[in-house]
Write a protein of this length. Structure first.
Lengths: 356, 766
C-alpha cells in the first residue's frame, strides 16, 4: 500500500509532518466497531505506539455513553509531529484512515463519513476490496479487507489484534515492531499466556490484508471527502417541540430499532419441525425476539405456537440454542442477508407505518 | 496546557531537579498515578462515571503491590465523604474522587469538612447533573461546590490532573490555609482522553515536596483530647466563618507561590489564571478547562486574520482570582464568557457573574461581557464553536454594546421530528391473567398459587418491549419479564439507576410499555412509597376510580440496594404496598463492574483486582434478603433467571401481598456474561449452578415463615461451590490450588448460611 502523497501539511519548528496528514497537520485514524470487540484497546495501543515509540505526539479517546456490549462505538487516534501541542478534544470528523471492525456496520452505520480523498478504509470482511469498494459507494480511496474474524477464531483471540495489524499497514510512520511491543506489554502484564496468540493475530492481520486503490469518479473539481459528509448527532426534538421534563410519551418505542449489528457472526436458526412450543426459549431470551401465534383450539383457550424469530432484535447471545430441549434452535455462522431473509417480524404493522 | 511550550521539551527539563518520565495516559490514569506518588493513607470512594476509573486504577496498582493506600468502597458518595472526613480528622492524607450526582450526594458533608478545617483531596471528573440523567461532561456539578468552602483547582488536560493534585493538597495543608481541596477536570474530554504526559520518575520527589503532614488537631491523640465539631451558634459562628474567609484569602498567596515552587521542581509552571495571547487582545473568550484549549487554536487562526484574540481560563476558581482577571481584561473590548452550566433564573452562570463582578471593581473597565451557556450535557466543543463565540465578541466590540448579554449557544428550536412510532398500551384484556394464574390464601395464612407451564405465558404481552440495548446474553430482562408474567392487571414501575434503566430509556426511545419512572438509586424506594400513598389518597378523594388497582413495582440492581439501603429499609418499615425486585448480578455492572456489597468473597471486579498483593474482594457478600426479612414485611423471595416455574409463582404471590398487605421484596440472581467473563449463552447454567451449590438458595419468607422452594440436596442435584466458580472468568482463580484456603472460606460461609436457612425452613419460629 502506498499512502497518498504529502498534502503539504504545515510543519512546526524543526519537527517533521506526518506523510498524508491533513492541512491541519493531524493524521486521524477512526475505528468503527461495536462494544466488546476491543476497538478501544486497539486505538490505545496504536496511539501509545506512535507517541512512545515513533516520536510523534498523539491522543486517543473513544465515543462515550452508557452503550453496552454490542452497541456502536468509535475510537479515535490523532497523530501529529512531536513538537506540536495537542489542544483539541473533538471527535475526528475527517480521518485519513477508517478501520471497520464489524462488517454489519457498513449497512447500518455511517462508517465512511468524512474519509478524506485518497484516504484508506480497512474492513473486517471476507469480501475482496473491489467488491467492498462497490458496497461503500465512496470516491477516491484505498480499500483494504481482511478476514479478521477467521483469524480470531483460528488464533483464539478477539478480532482487535488482527485489525490492529491491518491498521498498522495504513500507518507506515509507525514501525509495526513498536506496536507489537506495546501490545505484548499491555497483555503480558496480566495475561502473559495470551501474548503469543495475539502477536500471531497481529502479524496475520498485517500480512493478510489486501489493498486496492480506486480513483473514484472524477468531477474535475477539488475532490470532497471520499466518504459521506460527516453528520453530527442532531437532537431528537427542538426546545419548542420536546415535551418538558424529558418525558417520553411513546411507550415501547424501541421496537423501531434494528439491533442486527450487535451479532458477532453467529445466529440462532429455528427449525419449526423440531419445536414443541415449550416456551423455554422465550423465558431465557434477553431480547424478546420470539414471535408467537395464538390459535384457538376449540376449547376457548389459545394454543401457543412459535412462528419464528425477529432478527432485528436478536443480538446473537445464543442462550436459546443452549436451553432448547429439542434441538429446534441451533447455532449457525451468519451469512450476509440470511437473517433478513429468515426473519419473522414481531410487529408487521410497524413496517407499514414506518413506510407511511 | 498552562505550561510554557519550551518546558514540554524533554531536553529542557535537565535544569529541573525532578527527573521526568514521559508516558501516554488519560486524566483518570494521571489522577491515580498522582495518588500513588502522594502515597495517601486512605481513599474512600463510591463509583460514578466518569471518575470511577481513578479508584479502579488505584485498586489495580494496589493488587500489584505498587502502593498500600487503604481503599474503602463506601455504600454511597455520602458514605464516602463521611469515611474521608473521619479519616481526615485522624491526621493522615485522604483522597476521594466523584462526579455529578455523587458530588451532590456528598455535598452536605463538604462544608462540614471545610468548616472544621480538615484538608484532603477530592478529584471531580465533571459531569452533568440529573435529571434527566446524562453521563457526559459539563460543569453543572462543580458549580454546586462553589459555596462549599473548599479550594477548587481546575485541570485542563491529563498533565494538569497530575500536577494539580499534588499542588492542591500541598496548598490545602499549609497552616495558614488548612482547607480541603477539589481538583476538577472535564469528564471524558480529560478523564478518558489519553495524551502525552510526564510525571516524576521518583515518587519521593513528590513526597519531599509535600513534606510531612503539618501539625494540626488530630482525633488520634488520646493524651491531648479535643472536641471536634462543637455546637456553635451566634455570636461565635460569624467569627468562625471569617476565619474561613481569611484562610481563602491566604490561599491566593499560597497557591501562587506553590505554583512557582512546583514549576521549579517539575518544569511545569502554572499561573492562577492562564492567559493566552492576552497582552494586546481586543476580544477574548473566558472558558474553563478543556474548551479553553480548543479556543487557543482558534485564537491563533484569528490572529492570522489580524484579529487580536485571546483566551482567559482560570486554573483556580476558589479562591476566585478576581484581581488577576481584572488586570487581564483591563483593555479588552468584548469578552464572551462560555459556561458549561447555568444558574437558572440568575441571568447568567455563576462564573460569568463572578467575572463581571471582578470587573465592576475597576471603575476604568469598559469591557462588554456576554455570557453564553454552551456544551451542556457534555456536547462536543469544536473549533467552529469557539470561532462562533469569538465572532460574537468581535461583533460586540465593533458595535460597542451587547444586545443579548445572556443566552444559550447551540440550542435548537425545532427539528420537525417524524411522528414517533409506539406500541399501544397493553389492554385491560391483555393484562388479565385470565385464570391462568390463581392465588388464594390457605387456612394456614400462606398463599397457594397455581401457575401454568411456560408456553402458556409466552404469548402474553411483556411490560418491556424489544429493541433495548442491553448486552447480548444479559439476564435482566428474561428475569423481569418472567417475573412480570406472574402479575396481572395494571402496573406502574420505578427503575433505579442501573443497567436496566440505561438500556431501556435512551432518549427519545423507551422500551417500557407501562408507565415508568426513574429516580437515582439512593432514593427509589422512598419515591415509589410516595407514589403508592398518592394513589391511595387520590382514590380515597374520588379523583381516581376505585376498584381498579395498580400494582407498583420498583426495580433495582444490587448496586441500588447498596446506596439505597436506607430508603429501602425505610419503605419496608413503613410497609408501603409495592414490590421491590432486585436483580443481582454481583456488581456495579452499569459503570464497569466494580464490587458491590453483593459481590462474593474473592470475586474479581474492577475494584477488587487479583494480583500478588490482593486476591479479589476482601469480604463476604451481604445477605440483603435476611436484612429485609428483619423488617417483617409480609413477603420475601429469591429467584433466578431461566427458572420460570419458580419465579412466576413468586411474582403472583408478591403481587397479592403488595395489593393486600404491604411490601414484597425479591432478590433475583441474573447473569452478566460480560463482567462475569463467561460466554453470552451460559448465563442460565451459571445461575443454576449458583443455586445447586447452595450459594444462592431459592426460598421465600411468608409472614416470617421460611420455605425453601427448591432444595438441590433433596433432588440430588447439589454440586460443590467450585463447580459454580469454575464457570466464570471472574472466579476461576479461586479453583487454583494456591487459593484452596480462600475457597474453603467461601465454602464454609455458603454452608453456614445454607444450614441456617434449612433450620429456618424446618422451624416456623426461626
Amino acid at each position: 500500500m502506498t499512502p497518498p502523497a504529502d498534502t503539504g501539511a504545515p510543519v512546526d519548528g524543526d519537527g517533521r509532518a506526518i506523510a498524508g496528514a491533513g492541512p491541519d497537520g493531524f493524521f486521524g485514524v477512526r475505528f468503527e466497531s461495536i462494544g466488546g470487540l476491543g476497538a478501544h484497546l486497539a486505538g490505545q495501543i496504536l496511539a501509545e505506539s506512535g507517541v512512545l515509540c515513533a516520536g510523534l505526539n498523539g491522543s486517543h479517546f473513544s465515543s462515550y455513553g452508557s452503550e453496552k456490549k454490542g452497541s456502536p462505538l468509535q475510537s479515535y487516534v490523532r497523530f501529529c509531529e512531536a513538537g506540536r501541542e495537542i489542544r483539541r478534544s473533538d471527535p475526528i470528523e475527517r480521518p485519513q484512515v477508517v478501520v471497520v471492525f464489524h462488517q454489519a456496520l457498513v449497512a447500518s452505520g455511517n462508517v465512511t463519513a468524512g474519509l478524506v480523498p485518497y484516504g484508506t478504509i480497512i474492513l473486517n470482511t471476507t469480501v475482496d476490496p473491489g467488491e467492498m469498494y462497490g458496497k461503500l459507494g465512496i470516491g477516491a480511496a484505498t480499500v483494504g479487507t481482511v478476514d479478521a474474524l477467521a483469524i480470531s477464531v483460528e488464533e483464539s483471540t478477539r478480532v482487535n489484534t488482527a485489525m490492529m495489524g491491518a491498521a498498522a499497514r495504513a500507518c507506515p510512520f509507525i514501525d509495526p515492531e513498536a506496536i507489537r511491543k506495546t501490545l505484548a506489554g499491555r497483555l503480558g502484564h496480566r495475561y502473559p499466556e495470551l501474548v503469543e496468540a495475539n502477536l500471531r493475530s497481529f502479524d496475520r492481520g498485517y500480512d493478510e490484508i489486501r489493498f486496492k486503490s480506486f480513483a473514484g469518479a472524477s468531477t474535475g473539481a477539488e475532490p470532497g471527502p471520499s466518504g459521506q459528509e460527516p453528520v453530527r448527532v442532531a437532537p431528537s426534538y427542538g426546545y419548542l417541540e420536546a415535551p418538558p421534563g424529558g418525558v417520553i410519551l411513546q411507550p415501547g418505542s424501541t421496537v423501531v430499532r434494528n439491533l442486527s449489528a450487535s451479532r458477532e457472526g453467529f445466529v440462532a436458526q429455528f427449525d419449526p419441525g423440531k419445536c414443541t412450543d415449550c416456551g423455554i426459549c422465550d423465558a431465557v431470551c434477553p431480547d424478546i425476539c420470539f414471535v408467537w401465534e395464538v390459535e384457538p383450539d376449540g376449547l376457548g383457550e389459545g394454543a401457543v405456537h412459535l412462528s419464528g424469530i425477529d432478527y432485528h432484535y436478536c443480538k446473537g447471545c445464543l442462550k436459546c440454542t443452549e436451553q432448547c430441549p429439542t434441538g429446534a434452535l441451533t447455532v449457525i455462522r451468519e451469512e450476509d442477508g440470511w437473517a433478513e431473509a429468515n426473519r419473522i417480524p414481531l410487529y408487521p404493522w410497524l413496517e407499514t407505518e414506518a413506510a407511511l | 496546557m498552562a505550561i510554557t511550550l519550551e518546558s514540554t521539551i524533554a531536553e529542557d527539563l535537565r535544569e529541573f531537579p525532578g527527573e521526568q518520565v514521559t508516558d501516554f495516559k488519560s486524566g483518570n490514569e494521571m489522577a491515580a498515578i498522582s495518588a500513588k506518588h502522594i502515597d495517601f493513607h486512605l481513599m474512600g470512594y463510591y463509583p460514578i462515571t466518569p471518575s470511577t476509573e481513578i479508584a479502579e486504577n488505584l485498586d489495580a496498582m494496589r493488587s500489584e503491590g505498587e502502593h498500600e493506600i487503604v481503599m474503602i468502597a463506601a455504600d454511597g458518595e455520602h458514605g464516602a465523604a463521611g469515611i474521608c472526613y473521619g479519616a481526615a480528622t485522624g491526621g493522615g492524607r485522604v483522597f476521594n474522587a466523584t462526579s455529578s450526582q455523587g458530588l451532590l450526594y456528598s455535598l452536605e458533608q463538604l462544608p462540614v469538612q471545610s468548616g472544621t478545617r480538615f484538608p484532603m483531596l477530592l478529584d471531580i471528573a465533571t459531569r452533568a447533573i440529573s435529571g434527566p440523567l446524562d453521563i457526559r461532561g459539563d460543569h453543572s456539578d462543580i458549580y454546586f461546590a462553589l459555596n462549599a468552602g473548599w479550594l477548587i483547582f481546575l485541570a485542563r488536560d491529563p498533565q494538569a490532573v497530575y500536577d494539580m493534585n499534588i499542588i492542591a493538597l500541598r496548598c490545602g495543608e499549609r497552616p495558614e490555609v488548612q482547607l480541603p481541596s477539589i481538583v476538577a477536570f472535564d469528564g471524558f474530554f480529560t478523564s478518558h482522553q489519553k495524551r502525552r504526559v510526564q510525571y516524576f520518575a521518583d515518587p519521593q520527589v513528590v513526597r519531599d515536596y509535600l513534606g510531612p503532614v503539618p501539625d494540626r488537631v488530630t482525633s488520634l491523640d488520646p493524651r491531648n483530647p479535643v472536641t471536634i465539631g462543637p455546637y456553635m451558634n451566634d455570636p461565635d459562628l460569624i467569627n468562625n466563618k471569617y476565619q474561613h474567609k481569611l484562610a481563602m484569602d491566604a490561599a491566593e498567596t499560597v497557591i501562587a507561590s506553590e505554583f512557582a515552587a512546583y514549576g521549579k521542581l517539575s518544569g511545569r509552571r502554572y499561573e492562577m489564571v492562564d492567559l493566552y495571547r492576552m497582552e494586546d487582545a481586543d476580544v477574548a473568550l473566558f472558558l474553563l478547562n478543556s474548551a479553553a484549549e480548543t479556543a487557543k487554536d482558534v485564537a491563533d487562526s484569528l490572529r492570522n486574520e489580524g484579529i487580536r484574540a485571546g483566551v482567559v481560563s482560570p486554573n483556580v476558581i476558589r479562591p476566585f482570582p478576581a484581581s488577576r482577571i481584572r488586570n487581564a481584561l483591563s483593555r479588552v473590548k468584548a469578552l464572551v464568557i462560555g459556561e458549561r452550566a447555568d444558574s437558572y433564573g440568575a441571568h447568567g452562570g455563576n462564573i460569568g457573574h463572578e467575572v463581571k463582578s471582578a470587573l465592576k471593581d475597576d471603575p476604568e473597565n469598559h469591557t462588554i461581557c456576554l455570557d453564553r451557556i454552551y456544551g451542556i450535557g457534555g456536547r462536543d466543543f469544536y473549533a467552529e464553536d469557539a470561532e462562533a463565540l469569538f465572532r460574537l465578541a468581535i461583533e460586540t466590540a465593533e458595535a460597542g454594546r451587547s444586545e443579548v448579554p445572556y443566552d444559550y449557544y447551540g440550542v435548537v428550536a425545532k427539528v420537525h421530528p417524524k411522528v414517533r412510532l409506539r406500541l399501544p398500551a397493553i389492554s385491560a384484556e391483555e393484562t388479565t391473567t385470565g385464570g391462568l394464574i390463581k392465588v388464594e390464601p390457605d387456612a394456614g395464612g400462606r398463599l397457594r398459587v397455581e401457575t401454568p407451564p411456560a408456553w402458556r405465558l409466552a404469548a402474553r404481552p411483556k411490560s418491556v418491549a424489544p429493541g433495548h440495548s442491553a448486552c447480548p446474553g444479559c439476564g435482566i430482562f428474561p428475569a423481569l419479564n418472567t417475573f412480570f408474567s406472574g402479575l396481572g392487571g395494571d402496573i406502574v414501575v420505578l427503575y433505579q439507576t442501573g443497567c436496566a434503566m440505561v438500556v431501556s430509556t435512551g432518549y427519545p426511545y423507551s422500551s417500557h410499555r407501562v408507565t415508568y419512572i426513574h429516580n437515582l438509586f439512593q432514593n427509589g424506594a422512598a419515591t415509589l412509597g410516595g407514589l403508592v400513598e398518592m394513589f391511595h389518597e387520590r382514590v380515597r378523594r374520588g379523583e381516581l376510580p376505585s376498584g381498579e388497582d395498580i400494582t407498583f413495582v420498583m426495580v433495582s440492581g444490587d448496586g441500588g440496594m447498596d446506596i439505597g439501603t436506607g430508603a429501602a429499609l425505610g419503605a419496608a418499615v413503613r410497609n408501603h404496598g409495592f414490590i421491590l425486585i432486585e436483580y443481582d448480578n454481583e456488581g456495579y455492572m452499569n459503570t464497569g463492574a466494580q464490587l458491590s456489597y453483593s459481590t462474593p468473597l474473592g470475586h474479581m471486579t474492577s475494584t477488587s483486582h487479583i494480583g500478588p498483593a490482593q486476591n479479589g474482594k476482601a469480604f463476604h457478600h451481604r445477605d440483603m434478603v435476611q436484612i429485609m426479612a428483619a423488617t417483617n414485611i409480609p413477603y420475601i423471595f429469591t429467584g433466578i433467571e431461566g427458572f420460570p416455574d419458580d419465579l412466576v409463582a413468586k411474582g403472583a404471590k408478591a403481587q397479592w401481598y403488595a395489593n393486600h398487605e404491604g411490601m414484597a421484596y425479591g432478590k433475583v440472581l441474573i447473569s452478566c456474561p460480560l463482567n462475569w467473563r463467561a460466554e453470552d449463552r451460559e448465563g442460565v447454567e451459571i445461575v443454576q449452578a449458583a443455586v445447586d451449590s447452595c450459594f444462592f438458595p431459592l426460598y421465600e419468607i411468608e409472614h416470617g415463615c421460611t420455605t425453601i422452594t427448591y432444595d438441590p440436596e433433596a433432588v440430588g442435584r447439589r454440586v460443590p461451590v467450585a463447580d459454580w466458580l469454575r464457570r466464570m472468568g471472574k472466579t476461576r482463580h479461586l479453583i487454583r490450588p494456591a487459593n484452596a484456603g480462600l475457597l474453603a472460606e467461601i465454602e464454609a460461609e455458603v454452608e453456614r448460611r445454607w444450614r441456617r436457612l434449612k433450620a429456618m425452613d424446618e422451624n416456623p419460629l426461626l
